[in-house]
Structure formats: C-alpha cells, structure tokens
Design a protein around this ligand. Structure first.
Ligand code: 8X3
Length: 247
C-alpha cells in the first residue's frame, strides 16, 4: 500500500486556500487545513477528509503545532496565508498596516517554511508553493505596502530555491493578478463591501479561486524533477495591475 501524501495549506478558511485544499484532496492528498478560523477549517476538513489545525502563521506556537500535526514526512506546503490592508498612497499610509502585511505575507511564511522544510526533505519529494502576487512584480499607486510585502514573498521563494538547491524539494511562486474571492478586497478595505465590489466592477471574467487552486495542484503534481519556478496568472482582461478592461 502506498503511503498517503500529506499537504499543508495555510489560509485555508476561504478563497484560494480553501479551493486549493479541495483540489489537492481531489488529487489524493491528505490535506492539513490551517487557518485562524477554526469553524471554517473544521467544516472544510470534514468535507474533504483532511485535518483542521487552527493556526495563525505569525504565532510561533501555532506554527509548531501545525508542524507537529503534519508529521515527519510532508510532500506539499502551500504558503497561501496573506493579504492586503489598505490602498492609501505612501503619503497617508499607516505603518501599523505595513507591519501587519509584512508579518503575515513574509514573516509568517518564513516561520511555516522553517517548520516544514525538515519534513519536506524527509519525504524525498517535497514541494513548496508560495502564493505571491503580481504585486510582487509591478508596483501600483496605493499598493506600496502590499507591493513591498509581496516582493518579500518573492524574495523568500527565490532565495530558498538557491539555499535548498541540493535537496529534494521543489520551490515555486504562484503570482495571481485579479482574483475575485469573497474576502481579499473586503479585508483590504476594512469590510467596506461597496469599495470591495468596485474592484471587480465591469470586469467580465476575473479569475476565481479555483483557477489558482488548479494551477497550484498542477505545479504540485509535476514529476519530482520538474520545478515550476514562477507562474504569473492574470485574467484576460488584466494586462497589468492597473490596466484592466472594464465593460
Ligand atoms: C492581488 C493582486 O492586483 O490586488 O494579489 O495586487 S492585486
């Protein structure tokens, strides 16, 4: 009997993380669904036959518990927990918001990665998929705090690939553009539903979480010698972060 392959997905309570947990379970993984909101991940884990671990990626204790739950051999780690807060120009930006974004998008990802790497190596066929953003490549007005944080996500990904060059671990960054999820823009605008909806207004077909989950699952399930370094995914209507076709 072949051993069940384990995958950890952070930020699994909604959006891209939740969809990725479903897709990876469909591909045969036992998925550890990690997020702060216990009720949501428990429902998801029950549905897909996975395990729910309440985890704030910025908490070292939570991350240690997550690594413990994942066990000694881990095949896939999807560092998806992250997000944007605010869209103020630099002149008005709040340092606390910037710190929070750096903390979750970079330091949290660092902590989960540090905790997961020994088990990824032990599996002899590990893969880390970090969810970055087109903001990690192209600045846009009002986005500097998030842009800086996602450049950090990218820097960690590319550095780790160099540092683990002789280990059996593949390292990928998925960089999505406009993805219409229930919460990304709502969180960015502090719960202002009208402002959040305006982000996608008139865009015929923004990406949906399943599009990114599909790509992550494809990356994860390539043969062990195939490392997809970076995948930038935007809807057809988005030529650049700020250049979006609206009807
Ligand atoms: C989300 C893409 O354009 O809002 O990571 O920065 S964008």
């Amino acid at each position: 009997m072949t051993q069940e392959r384990i995958a950890v997905v952070t930020g699994a309570s909604s959006g891209i993380g939740e969809a990725t947990a479903r897709h990876l379970a469909g591909a045969g993984f036992h998925v550890i669904c990690a997020a702060r909101r216990r009720e949501r991940i428990e429902a998801l884990a029950a549905e897909i036959g996975g395990t729910a671990i309440a985890c704030d990626v910025t908490s070292p204790d939570d991350v240690a518990a997550l690594a413990e739950a994942a066990g000694p051999r881990l095949h896939a780690l999807v560092n998806n927990a992250g997000g944007a807060i605010g869209l103020e120009p630099i002149a008005d930006a709040g340092p606390a918001q910037w710190r929070e974004m750096y903390d979750v998008n970079v330091v949290g990802l660092l902590q989960v990665t540090q905790a997961g790497v020994p088990a990824l190596i032990a599996s002899e066929d590990g893969v880390i998929c970090n969810v970055g953003s087109i903001a990690g490549r192209t600045p846009y007005e009002g986005g500097a705090g998030y842009v800086a944080a996602k450049h950090g996500t990218r820097a960690v990904t590319e550095t780790l690939r160099l540092e683990l060059w002789d280990q059996p671990v593949r390292i990928c960054e998925i960089a999505p553009g406009m993805v219409a999820t229930e919460e990304f823009s709502l969180v960015r605008f502090g719960g202002d539903a009208e402002r959040a909806a305006a982000v996608y207004a008139g865009v015929a077909e923004p990406l949906v979480a399943d599009d990114i989950a599909d790509a992550i699952t494809w990356v994860v399930t390539r043969p062990r010698h195939v490392n997809i370094d970076t995948m930038v995914i935007k809807p057809r209507a988005q030529a650049a972060p700020h250049k979006v076709h609206r009807a």
